[in-house]
Design a protein around this ligand. Structure first.
Ligand SMILES: Cc1cc2nc3c(=O)[nH]c(=O)nc-3n(C[C@H](O)[C@H](O)[C@H](O)COP(=O)(O)OP(=O)(O)OC[C@H]3O[C@@H](n4cnc5c(N)ncnc54)[C@H](O)[C@@H]3O)c2cc1C
Length: 287
């Protein structure tokens, strides 16, 4: 566990987060970017970006790489991790990652938008059989049957981890191509999850016209909904509410990019990241 308190910690390494990092470094602030992936999957999915001012034709991956290299060359620190929960303790924020815990004075949420909505029953059974972290909660399901709904191929590693603990793992990828095999006790199923059911705790998941009897369900998405990240964050119509400095209703927590609303575009994300960085740096200078 790191005891260093980062002046600025940015969650998300897409255009919003990297623009904020570049601008915070320009103001000589130490910055840590916590990112689930080196290049945002949204950018990687963009075959051609033709509306970013000054660059007539570039792929999303090329632009993502250029932003990453720029932020890195400016002295930004990066950590490949997923923030799972944020807790405020006085004027310090604790960010609980999958790998480590981090502390920071100012936080920027640059987490993008989740393209996958909740599965019916998911919210009701969260903590009662539904989990978002196999390595954190897998041990609770030792010897039991579980399902994993995976939106990213990276989840195959987590499924392999569960296979070593659980009796049986149903792996239900929502991406293509389907993996050939993961482990002996992992059954790979195609199909869209319809609902999660049970009484006090999870008892089954409905996939197509099948009902699988399971005690645990692990959901691996590209991100964690911001409301699950930090209690009390004001979100309206799935947009984090911000003021003109990109500060949220929680003092010290800022937000930028797609997570604050439409248009979901790179130039907007970059502009908001810059405004947030300037505001955070100004606040830090007052200390
Ligand atoms: C197919 C496609 C084509 C597009 N084409 C264009 C285009 O031509 N022009 C244009 O302007 N825009 C385009 N876009 C939109 C553009 O990609 C987005 O607007 C932009 O990437 C938003 O930037 P962002 O930084 O807000 O979020 P994102 O780029 O989504 O980045 C957020 C990052 O945060 C990470 N993250 C989320 N939660 C956590 C967590 N808890 N811990 C750690 N990391 C986390 C995510 O994994 C992701 O890497 C396109 C999008 C798609 C999908």
């Amino acid at each position: 566990m790191s005891t260093f308190v980062w002046p600025i910690l940015i969650i998300g390494g897409g255009p919003a987060g990297l623009s904020a990092a570049i601008n915070a470094r320009k103001r000589n602030k130490q910055v840590l970017v916590l990112a689930k992936e080196q290049i945002s999957h949204k950018l990687q999915a963009a075959p051609k970006v033709a509306n970013y001012p000054g660059i007539a034709d570039i792929t999303g991956t090329e632009l993502g790489k250029a932003l990453y290299e720029h932020a890195s060359a400016m002295g930004t620190e990066f950590k490949r991790d997923e923030a799972q929960q944020i807790v405020k303790d006085g004027d310090v924020f604790w960010v609980m990652g999958r790998e480590e815990q981090y502390q920071a004075r100012k936080l920027l949420l640059a987490v993008g938008v989740m393209e996958n909505k909740s599965i019916p029953g998911e919210n009701e059974f969260e903590g009662k059989g539904v989990s978002y972290c196999a390595t954190c909660d897998g041990a609770f399901f030792r010897g039991k049957d579980v399902a994993m709904i995976a939106y990213l191929p990276e989840a195959e590693t987590e499924a392999r981890f569960l296979a070593g603990i659980c009796r049986r793992v149903y792996y239900i990828p929502q991406y293509r191509p389907l993996p050939q095999s993961i482990a002996e006790n992992v059954t790979i199923l195609s199909g869209v999850p319809k609902s999660i059911t049970g009484q006090e705790t999870v008892a089954a998941i409905e996939i197509g016209d099948q009902s699988l009897s399971v005690q645990g369900i692990f959901i691996e998405r590209p991100g964690i909904p911001p409301l699950k990240l930090i209690d009390g964050l004001q979100i309206v119509n799935e947009k984090i509410i911000i003021d003109e400095n990109m500060e949220t209703n929680i003092p010290g927590v800022y937000a930028a990019g797609d997570c604050t609303g439409r248009p979901w575009q790179i130039a907007r994300a970059v502009g908001q990241g810059q405004i947030a960085a300037i505001a955070m740096a100004k606040e830090l200078d007052k200390r």
